[in-house]
Design a protein around this ligand. Structure first.
Ligand SMILES: NC(=O)C1=CN([C@@H]2O[C@H](COP(=O)(O)OP(=O)(O)OC[C@H]3O[C@@H](n4cnc5c(N)ncnc54)[C@H](O)[C@@H]3O)[C@@H](O)[C@H]2O)C=CC1
Ligand SMILES: CC(C)CCC[C@@H](C)[C@H]1CC[C@H]2C3=C(CC[C@]12C)[C@@]1(C)CCC(=O)C[C@@H]1CC3
Length: 345
């Protein structure tokens, strides 16, 4: 009878490893002595010690090739929330995640760490110090969030100690840092178009923004503690900077750091939300004729005008997590990393 060789526990794969979070995770895993395979639909860099597999995670055969002899998998691939493409989210985040789980099981992968999102409980209304036992959003605010909920449920349900397949989900919130293609670039683009003059609501709403290195730290702690006898199997964990900040103070600090004026004038939240909803509806109705993507989507307005910060006590207790970079240092390092986005005037 052929004996199955147990893959080395230091051999891992990062699905979505070409992305913002994925690449930071790959770099830290290499530092920690892991050998890393990246599976992604695109290859965005080259690094010694990394083997790239280019493919779609919905393609099982392509995935099986990348997971050969791998014992630990990080799944941090997703279409960008900005794509607002329902069919794509469903195909990649739901069907694709099912394919990831099946491929892991068939390849003998022992541990799967999913990058979920704290937004799985967010319905567009205040979440203050939210714990992991909050129910999933019944009316998710967009298709991205709806499919992130299904994705997390699939991965956590697949955890099976008997079969030796262990899973855990990390729920970060508002990831930022060097090379982020989303938060700072969208903010600067909005400022350059003269649209960052207004504060939505009274400006006192508290939000978590999480430095990418803290998110990476949470993922690695979870992976290294994921054993059959640990309490973390099949559970979700909030990972934040644990320093909620006023949404508009955070935006202002980034803008001022890059040489742009901070927003000053207030607009009522319900007015802006209503307008965003109307614009979104128009963009859907007119999509056969013209294509336009509004900057102020209902999701962004809700995120900008409500409290949404999360308690990460469970991660502290079970994973031994504490943020490794403070918010102040994180903002300074992020601002420094975008010299090309500085205000030229
Ligand atoms: N950026 C944020 O603020 C937050 C992100 N997340 C989650 O973190 C994860 C990583 O996000 P980011 O690094 O910000 O996004 P990103 O867009 O930079 O990276 C995602 C990667 O997934 C890859 N990908 C997409 N579809 C694929 C497919 N069908 N097959 C293979 N690869 C595919 C992309 O090519 C990309 O490299 C995602 O799961 C996202 O939902 C969760 C909370 C907050
Ligand atoms: C135009 C301005 C009002 C806002 C500019 C900044 C926004 C682009 C970002 C502020 C909060 C961010 C955020 C996400 C994306 C970028 C922001 C909207 C997520 C939706 C990314 C994916 C998630 O899982 C949740 C994030 C919440 C915070």
């Amino acid at each position: 009878m052929a004996t199955r060789v147990r893959p080395s526990s230091k051999r891992c794969a990062v699905i979505g490893g070409s992305g913002f979070l994925g690449r930071h995770l790959v770099e830290k895993l290499l530092d920690r002595g892991y050998s890393v395979s990246v599976f992604d639909i695109r290859q965005s860099y080259e690094l010694p010690g990394v083997t790239f597999y280019q493919g779609d995670l919905c393609d099982k055969q392509a995935l099986l090739a990348a997971l050969k002899d791998v014992s630990l998998v990080f799944h941090c691939a997703s279409p960008s929330p900005a794509s607002d493409d329902r069919a794509l989210f469903e195909r990649v985040n739901i069907q694709g995640t099912q394919t990831v789980i099946q491929s892991c099981i068939e390849s003998g992968v022992q541990r799967l760490v999913l990058t979920s999102s704290a937004s799985v409980v967010f319905e567009g209304t205040d979440v203050k110090n939210g714990r992991e036992d909050l129910p999933y959003a019944k009316k998710p605010i967009d298709y991205y969030t709806k499919t992130k909920i299904e994705q997390e449920k699939l991965v956590l349900k697949a955890c099976d100690k008997q079969k030796g397949f262990l899973t855990v989900a990390i729920r970060p919130h508002g990831i930022f840092g060097p090379r982020d293609p989303q938060l700072v670039p969208i903010l600067v683009d909005t400022a350059r178009r003269g649209k960052m003059k207004f504060i939505i609501g009274d400006g006192t709403n508290l939000v978590d923004f999480t430095f990418v290195e803290n998110v990476v730290h949470g993922h690695i702690l979870a992976a290294e503690r994921l054993r059959a006898d640990s309490p973390i199997c099949g559970k979700p964990y909030h990972i934040t900077n644990d320093e909620p900040i006023r949404f508009w103070d955070f935006m202002s600090q980034v803008l001022v750091g890059l040489g742009y004026p901070p927003p000053r004038y207030h607009l009522p939240y319900s007015l802006v939300y209503g307008l965003a909803l109307l614009l979104w509806l128009l963009s859907v109705l007119l999509s056969p004729l013209i294509s336009f993507k509004p900057t102020f989507t209902p999701m962004r307005v809700a995120l900008a005008g409500t409290h949404h910060y999360y308690n990460c006590k469970r991660a502290k207790e079970d994973l031994g997590y504490t943020p490794v970079v403070s918010l102040k240092d994180a903002i300074a390092r992020t601002v420094e990393s975008y010299p090309h986005l500085r205000c030229e005037a």
